[in-house]
Ligand binder design. Sequence first.
Ligand code: ARG
Length: 591
Amino acid sequence: MRAIIDILSDILGEAFKSAGYDENYGKASVSNRPDLCEYQCNGALSAAKQYHKAPIAIANEISELLLSGKYSGIFQKAQPAAPGFINIDLSPAFLAEHLNAQSRDDKLGTDEIGKGKKIIVDYGGPNVAKPLHVGHLRAAIIGESIKRIYRFCGYEVIGDVHLGDWGLQMGLIIEETRLRHPDLCYFDPDFTGEYPKEAPFTISDLEEIYPTASSRSKTDEGFAAAAHEATFRLQNGDPGYTALFRHIINISVADLKKNYANLGVTFDLWKGESDVQKYIPDMLADMKSKGFLYESEGAGVIDVSEPDDQKEIPPCLVQKSDGASLYATTDLATLLEREKLYHPDGVIYVVDKRQSMHFLQVFRAARKTGIVRPETLLFFLGFGTMNGKDGKPFKTREGGVMRLETLISDINEAVYDRIMESSPDADPAEAKANSKIIGLTALKYADLSNQPTKDYVFDVARFTSFEGNTGPYILYTIVRIKSIIRKYGEEKAKQATYVLPAKSQLEKSLQLLLTRFSDAVLCACREYAPNRICQYIYDLSNAFNSFYHETKILAETDENKKAGYIALLKLTERTLGQCIELLGFEAPERM
Ligand code: ARG
């Protein structure tokens, strides 16, 4: 469906052309003076230079054409304004018709710009056997939203969690387990039977084993060396260690799935670093034979600097002097596998922005060595840090790394208190259930409403407020609309499908904003910016609430007019609902 702005630009182009000017001057934009008009065209100002005419004269000519019979019914106003602007207001009937067409469209008028294209989103990136902490939160929240936005825009999207499951943490856990239970069959080199299906530890054991092993390795050199040795043996296929590794993965993944589900985050692929190790030997040999990979101070590196670089880009390190592979090696092998299995048009990485150098090196190395095709998009969406009110990375009161579960339960509690404060006779059970939905929304909205690349301060009190630019405010608006529709009668509301031409300025403002849904979504998609959608729903919620405060909806005596209002409310609710789905949260029935 064509957006209003494009329809207007077409008409303006036609008008410029028929008046003898280049049609490219006929571009419409949303007014930057909403007090004066809804849309504007600045083309007369530029055309004036080319045609040596006064801009206002051209603006005059074009305005007259717009108001001529040819375009009757479209404009309420087309007015030249000094020095050469054309100020435009739409006719309410045209606007309402546009909205009615939009509401008949599944995608609310959004073009599927990604049809036929496949994108992989690499997000989450948790490290197996280590508990999720707030640092992993943004990767999950932003990545989930990017996945949904791209899917909505017609792309085929594969979300991959890309587990960190191939590092020293595995050797540490294995070695610690050996210390505690040296008699387990996994450590018996002569064992030939089948390894047990049951793991020798639970998730809570693992949560204790890893930190214990990690601190032990810092004070006990012998242990540290043994953990390295264990990692090496695992990476070289030791059967007992591999069996133990499988247990660690299975237990961790089950726990991660549960945690992500609580966040409303899901993945299509649960692959990890360990899955691509099999490609590495051939990949490195190939890079070597083609002359990309060479030895420097004992290590294997690929040059990735380019002549136009403003700063030095160090070579990409892919092989340590002992032959071991590195983070970059694994990421290159992962790209290789993705190309082989999925042949994507693009890969988007949602990762902490402090890893930007790593990804720059990996992307360049992948292009240079031909692992990805030249036209494949590789995009690093690096996000900033979530800080506490002190401006430092979010910590527990004791100063430790905050676990995700703790953060979420703190937020839910704050929301619960707020609900009970504002409505003391609320049913505590319902309030508990709602505080989960609202708390998660508060958290996600706080995260997504900021530009991903920026650091931001997470202030629980501010983000759980029901007023201002917060998630709860958006939910509150949706719940308010639902409640009006319930009072009107849900069955009856099904018949109310036609939005009527706006009678008041506030109603028209609301309708105009509704037509801008597709702009917001497409912009969020093109700019990797869920914050665009947050800004949009904040504006839309404000526009709705202003309209609501000024308008008697249920008390309207003209049934036809009332049905028109309900149609407008339904479309507003659907639009807000679609937006929050793209952001990854949902609204309760009541609040
Ligand atoms: N596991 C990594 C970390 O915790 C993040 C992985 C990001 N994705 C990737 N393809 N490297 O830092």
